[in-house]
Design a binder for this molecule. Structure first.
Ligand SMILES: C[S@@+](CC[C@H](N)C(=O)[O-])C[C@H]1O[C@@H](n2cnc3c(N)ncnc32)[C@H](O)[C@@H]1O
Length: 369
């Protein structure tokens, strides 16, 4: 086979823009050499003779193009996941969000949940396990737990429900024993849990949702965690807009900590719990009006947009107030840790999150002495 020409900086940049447009993924500077290697490897596998031909293939709207994107995406995405990832957020779901939803949905007994960017399934299956524990008369409820992802290889694994010990870094031994069966050093998920979750291929950027014949609509809770960290800011805004349309009034959106720090969240109510932020659609939900100017353009104070719309969960917070000042300070530290360390908070003397953490921690130390 003839030697493939190497990838010039201009061509590499063109690929980077095309990938961002198609998937939302931001290829950071440190990953650009690896990207060139992946592209050259795909060109080699397809026996094409130049990066230009490969670029044209990706850019076209043919079936071949669609199939090639599926292959390339497997190379580009990070599919790291594990059961009950971020135990604090699972406590928030268990202690606040699901009890509220179960109470509110008592009449219809229907709850729709979507794990967007579900990877190999650990996240939606963790939700299924949690709901199985929380709802005694589960058979009387109509639950939809949908896992969607752009990576076909990850979804294939999700559908098998078979996991290596690495997926169990954050699960308690009882849950593991109760819902998994070990066969040849691999863990097979309980069939009852497997039956509760459905998986679909979906590109959050390119695919249209919500729409009538797509299950990603009228959702009560969207989990989209550790997905936006890989996205360009404008792509996050685009997906947030779709999430907003796909959520029911009072529906929730849970992302990874600080993943929305540069976004305009004015359409959502930001609810603050000691475990995590969560975003909620308002009661009055204009489903046919798209969000206006979604990207929040500020590089200094990412809390500005948030402050305007901050909703403190009264029960959670008042109780914490009653407990003690110390507890409040610990909560503040936890919340500050969810922001990028260099985030400046104007209302607190324009100090950075890192500076405030140091200050509160030294006050806490002084109280201990
Ligand atoms: C690091 S995993 C996160 C898995 C899980 N949510 C968690 O927190 O453990 C990120 C997932 O996002 C998916 N993803 C990336 N871009 C996507 C897109 N445009 N549409 C749908 N899924 C995407 C990747 O394929 C990958 O499986």
């Amino acid at each position: 086979m003839s030697k493939i020409e190497s990838l010039s900086t201009e061509k590499r940049d063109a690929f980077i823009r095309l990938i961002a447009k198609h998937t939302g993924l931001e290829i950071r500077e440190r990953d650009q050499i690896a990207l060139s290697e992946k592209i050259l490897s795909r060109i080699h596998t397809l026996r094409l003779n130049s990066p230009t031909v490969y670029f044209q293939l990706l850019e076209s709207t043919t079936t071949e193009s669609h199939e090639e994107w599926l292959e390339l995406i497997v190379e580009l995405t990070n599919i790291e996941s594990y059961f009950f990832r971020d135990r604090e957020q699972f406590s928030l779901l268990q202690n606040h969000i699901f009890p509220e939803l179960l109470e509110r949905k008592q009449n219809s007994r229907t709850i729709r949940i979507c794990s967007a960017g579900c990877s190999s399934g650990e996240e939606p299956y963790s939700i299924a396990i949690l709901l199985r524990k929380l709802i005694p008369n589960l058979e009387k409820w109509n639950l939809m737990i949908l896992g969607v992802d752009i990576n076909q290889a990850a979804l294939k694994k999700a559908k098998t429900g078979i996991y290596s010990p690495w997926s169990f870094r954050s699960i308690d031994p009882e849950t593991k024993q109760q819902y998994f069966q070990m066969v040849n050093n691999q863990y097979h998920i309980d069939q009852r849990i497997k039956n509760m979750v459905e998986f679909k291929t979906l590109n959050l950027i390119k695919d249209e949702f919500p729409r009538q014949n797509c299950e990603f609509r009228d959702v009560d809770l969207i989990l989209c965690r550790n997905v936006f960290i890989y996205f360009e800011t404008s792509a996050i805004a685009k997906v947030l807009n779709k999430f907003y349309q796909a959520l029911q009034p009072l529906g929730y959106l849970l992302t990874g900590h600080a993943e929305l720090s540069n976004q305009n969240l004015s359409q959502f109510q930001t609810k603050m719990f000691s475990e995590s932020f969560i975003y909620q659609c308002p009661v009055c939900h204009p489903t046919d009006t798209p969000l206006k100017s979604p990207a929040y353009k500020s590089s200094t104070s990412s809390l500005e947009g948030l402050n305007n719309n901050l909703y403190l969960d009264e029960n959670a917070f008042e109780n914490e107030f009653e407990k003690s000042n110390i507890k409040m300070q610990q909560i503040a530290v936890n919340l500050l840790r969810q922001l990028p360390p260099d985030t400046r908070i104007q209302k607190l003397g324009n100090q950075t999150a890192a500076e405030l953490i140091l200050q509160i921690e030294s006050e806490l130390k002084a109280t201990e002495q």
